[in-house]
Design a protein around this ligand. Structure first.
Ligand SMILES: NC(=O)c1ccc[n+]([C@@H]2O[C@H](COP(=O)([O-])OP(=O)(O)OC[C@H]3O[C@@H](n4cnc5c(N)ncnc54)[C@H](O)[C@@H]3O)[C@@H](O)[C@H]2O)c1
Length: 119
């Protein structure tokens, strides 16, 4: 199925780098109204925001420092998206880590964030 994303607003967790940043670029290249990059790493996020502003203009992307394992920060990312763009249509819940040495944190980020989204 092909979705029409013209005018849609997306929130991309882990959007400061890697696949998340690429998803955000693809959404804007295909007509999305706005994208929020929500990432725990504000250094990466600000570099990503500059790249996005350069390619798409200054009013299409915001960056919100967000740890998805912190429900208040996760909710804040939604709140700031709605304040800026008016609504949220798409959540790309992409943030994740692969490090079994810190498995409790890994579960908290990779699994609990999905559960909290489903409530
Ligand atoms: N790249 C692959 O081949 C591949 C394969 C299978 C699954 N995945 C999954 O896809 C997702 C993205 O992969 P990637 O290669 O772009 O990873 P990446 O490590 O390059 O990027 C992950 C991003 O998530 C952010 N992040 C980490 N913890 C966070 C947290 N608690 N809250 C918010 N942001 C957080 C990081 O700062 C980073 O910007 C991950 O969940 C990964 O496990 C990737």
């Amino acid at each position: 199925m092909v979705f029409n994303i013209q005018g849609k607003v997306a929130l991309v967790t882990g959007g400061g780098s890697g696949l998340g940043l690429e998803y955000a670029k693809i959404l804007l290249r295909n007509g999305a109204k706005g994208v929020t990059l929500a990432d725990i790493d504000s250094g990466l996020g600000n570099v990503a925001l500059s790249q996005m502003n350069k390619e798409f203009g200054p009013d299409k992307t915001i960056f919100v420092t967000t740890d998805v394992s912190n429900i208040k920060q996760f909710e804040d990312a939604f709140r700031k998206t709605i304040e800026t763009f008016g609504y949220v249509d798409i959540l790309i819940n992409n943030a994740g880590i692969l490090n079994d040495g810190i498995w409790e944190k890994e579960i908290s980020i990779n699994v609990v964030r999905i559960h909290s989204k489903c409530k």
